[in-house]
Design a protein around this ligand. Structure first.
Ligand code: 8YV
Length: 317
């Protein structure tokens, strides 16, 4: 029977489904694999269900030699923790779970936009600390989202889901930067560079894939182009932003605030960021809802099943 390693704790229904099809070794733990475990995952199993935090880089593949594993089925849409090129050269197929994550991740973007613009984190901390002095007409005034312009960096599935929410739900104008013009069912302005986009919006949101190709797309220049009342939101990968430059922009109040679900060196969140009042910090909650994680798991298992049945995998990357 085909030997599969499930490398991380998953919803029970997903593990049960995988067990029906494969000889499963279930690593029921929340932490990423050690280097030895990573090597063993490639040399002792036919396929691995992997996720964020397990870095299948060139060095790991080189150390593993000719892998026994022929597929890495990633649980998640983002696969910047896997060197896909190296995997391909080693004869290893990589799959992911697009679609399943889209709405939940777009919802977290809206959560962060609202929380940052309306200073909800700051207000909640004030109430908890017992330091609220009572309502008054100019207390904690934030940015009203209705009618403002959102700028989306990266207009894939998640970017488009954020755009729809902003346009239809909040009456916002939509602007974006992406490699190609997108056929959308609502008006949107496309800009060619991140700087131009940043200069023309009230809220800048990143929905880029992460990894080498998009590293530090939001750098000091892009942050400098933003307007002082503007907010920045990141729900994609921490490395799309130069975190040190973001911290400086926030400290110097060159932008009004930020809402972050992801970090450059996750799970480390710099103290300088945690010290700031004008940021909302979430622990990578993008897809954190049981039914979403179950759907992601079902997709990962479906990719494994198709692969070992000799059929085309539904979600190759
Ligand atoms: C996942 C995500 O929960 O799907 C993704 O790429 O960023 C998440 O929300 C996590 O990364 C698992 O891969």
């Amino acid at each position: 029977m085909t030997k599969i390693l499930i490398a991380r704790n998953l919803p029970e229904s997903v593990v049960a489904e995988a067990r029906e099809a494969f000889d499963v070794t279930y690593r029921d733990r929340p932490d990423p694999m050690s280097r030895d475990e990573m090597l063993a995952s490639l040399t002792e199993y036919d396929g691995v269900l992997v996720t964020l935090g397990d870095s299948y880089n060139a060095e790991v593949f080189a150390a593993a030699g000719v892998p026994r594993a022929r597929i890495l089925a990633n649980f998640g849409v983002g696969f910047n923790h896997i060197d896909v090129e190296v995997a391909r050269n080693a004869g290893v197929t990589v799959t992911n779970t697009p679609g399943a994550v889209t709405d939940a991740t777009a919802d977290i973007a809206m959560t962060l936009m609202l929380m940052s613009c309306r200073r909800a984190g700051e207000g909640e901390r004030m109430v908890r600390a017992g330091s609220w002095q009572g309502w008054h007409p100019v207390q904690m005034l934030g940015l009203h989202m209705t009618g403002k312009t959102v700028g989306i960096l990266g207009m894939g599935r998640i970017g488009q889901a954020i755009a729809r929410r902003c346009h239809y739900g909040f009456g916002m104008d939509v602007a974006y930067m992406s490699r190609s013009e997108k056929a959308l069912d609502h008006p949107a302005t496309r800009y060619d560079t991140p700087e131009e986009l940043a200069a023309n919006v009230d809220i800048l949101v990143t929905a880029l894939p992460g990894g080498a190709a998009t590293r530090h797309t939001v750098n000091a220049d892009v942050l400098a182009a933003m307007r002082p009342h503007a907010h920045f939101v990141n729900i994609s990968r921490g490395d799309v932003v130069d975190e040190a430059a973001l911290i400086a922009a926030l400290q110097e109040k060159r932008i009004a605030g930020a809402g972050l679900d992801v970090y450059e060196f996750e799970p480390q969140v710099p103290e300088a960021l945690r010290d700031l009042d004008n940021v909302v910090l979430l622990p990578h909650l993008g897809t954190a809802a049981l039914e979403v994680r179950e759907e992601m798991g079902r997709m990962a298992v479906a990719n494994l099943c198709a692969f070992f049945a000799g059929e085309p995998v539904p979600n190759p990357v």
